[in-house]
Design a protein around this ligand. Sequence first.
Ligand code: 48N
Length: 300
Amino acid sequence: MSPAQTLDKPPVTPANSQKYDVNENYEGEYRFAPIEESQVSRAMIRRYFNTMYERAISDVVIVGAGSAGLSCAYQLASTRPELKITIIEASVAPGGGAWLGGQLMTPMVIRKPADRFLREIGVEYEDEGPFVVVKHAALFTSTLLSRVLAMPNVVLMNATAVEDLMVHEDFQGKQRVAGVVTNWTLVALNHDTQSCMDPNTITAPVIISATGHDGPMGAFSAKRLVSTGLLKELGNMRGLDMNRAEPAIVNGTREVVPGLILTGMELSEHDGSNRMGPTFGAMIGSGVKAAHEAIRILDS
Ligand code: 48N
């Protein structure tokens, strides 16, 4: 049989699908339905590259899938299900710094009123009065990630880095961020080991950057604003002060240049606000506020 003939031949027709079932006690032989390796490859390739084609023009791009970026994605996608939201995450594993509570300890502290978001996404916690504690940071992050990925209007491209911003001039000659320049992260991190490996682009009227304050590409967009002259200099994150840091970041979440909203710890590097250490309420509040800022821009 020529390979083409195996292209979409379904290995199991409904009539004989019972042959590949196994009883609840797993008694008897466990047999998989037959498959061609090429069908596995084509099942992935078709979907991934159709998505890349379709999301080359998105409504909103969120850079960074840490606690701020994911909180923003959840709020935006649930509030405006018609928006095409594309999340670009440099790591293979999304979640950023929110898999642990702090210094490798697992419980996650979230100060009120950010606990409201936990009830919204269905994460249990212990109430300690002014703050709550989620038993494991991964419970928060995995729940939030699963809610975001279940939304039909959200696409996550992980292991993909934003390695530049698209900047256009509007009709008044004002510079506006109009999209992102992307590459697979391993390529983006190895430009100096090879000749230039050209990137890809995603065009969108609103970019929300949530690339954190540390890591190989921390505060990426804020730093790019400086190197492209759209920002005179970074404010640089200040020392730890929980009571100053968290409200400053939530209340400071905004469109810093036309078309670009900064959220989460990246904003502390842009503005020079304090860091808060191992408490995550501001990441949630800033992410949610960034979603409302994006809607304001899109509706204006
Ligand atoms: O978790 P992070 O680093 O960033 P946030 O702002 O979502 O949350 C920050 C929070 O975890 C803290 O730092 C806590 C509250 N500590 C405060 C303190 O005082 O220390 O997530 C950023 C994500 C990561 O997953 C990166 O891999 C990703 O952004 N990223 C990128 N993705 C795509 N393209 C890039 N250029 C890029 N740069 C970073």
